[in-house]
Design a protein around this ligand. Sequence first.
Ligand code: ATP
Ligand code: MG
Length: 338
Amino acid sequence: MNLSNSAQQTILTGDRPTGQLHLGHYVGSLRQRVQLQHQHQQYILVADLQGLTDNGSRPEKVAGNIFEVMADYLAVGIDPAKTTICLQSSLPALAELTMLYMNIVTVARVERNPTVKSEIAQKGFARSLPAGFLVYPISQAADITAFKAGLVPVGDDQLPMIEQTNEIVHKMNSLAGEPILHSCKALLGQVSRLPGVDGNAKMSKSLGNTLTLSASEEQIHQAVGAMFTDPEHLRVNDPGKIDGNVVFTYLDAFHEDKDKVAAMKEHYQRGGLGDRQCKNELEICLQALLAPIREKRLRFIEDKAYLSEILKAGSEKARAVTQQTADEVKRALGLPVL
Ligand code: ATP
Ligand code: MG
């Protein structure tokens, strides 16, 4: 997408405070947000209500991670003077819009959402599926539309949410008889789905397969050492496979010297390049990426008063913007706004 044509568009993106942010967030979305904040009005929502949809009986887990996620934002370079960071549960208009939208989306439609479907299976909910979890894509549509966001930087698991949001926008606008809500586009990162360090599913806070942005030198060393390569690459001189080789997936995602990675791939496939050497190269680049982030993060997490101030100011600004949209929607539906 040509961003220069869309410079006027508002950005809304967010994360569930269900744990510390990880390398998947970094390449999937955070890296873009840092660049985009210079050209766009950008809001980042700490989605605590959404975090509760599968943590209903563990509210302390969600509450306890709000500042952790904020420290991650600031450590990677999100600037609170440029980006508005706000808290979902402090924006009542989002809940109002969710209630309104729930009436125009069928249960069959939410059940068809492929990301929700696979998360329900992964979490083994069966009959204990919380109602809130099933409808979280509707609340996500409320989040995006409340800010009138046109661009949403996300990983590819979120594409079905954007599609569903646009269906709601279309339906609401036709009910209203005027274009009160804006449609939106996903902005995928350079790596839209980073696998976990075990090489299986998407790296995800709830799957325990992450390398967090606060990982210690030793944790990085251990994670890279345990990474899956090509199981048939037994001797250094054997030709090796790149497909499904997590070390190369990560080198592609994080190594800045793309020519060097291309040469390594060619050498590995030809034979003569050992797994150890590839892992060393990856470890050097991850250590260099994470060391300054870890250091900054530590300073931010120790200053809760500062984090709280930023969240309060951001939420106040967001409260006004989102309430205006909710009021417009209510008026357009003929409901009194008292
Ligand atoms: P949880 O397991 O609690 O759902 P998560 O690790 O999936 O946590 P989210 O807060 O759900 O993280 O996701 C926030 C944003 O980061 C979304 O836009 C999502 O697409 C993106 N993202 C998360 N994990 C990855 C990944 N492994 N690769 C690319 N993008 C990712
Ligand atoms: Mg998720």
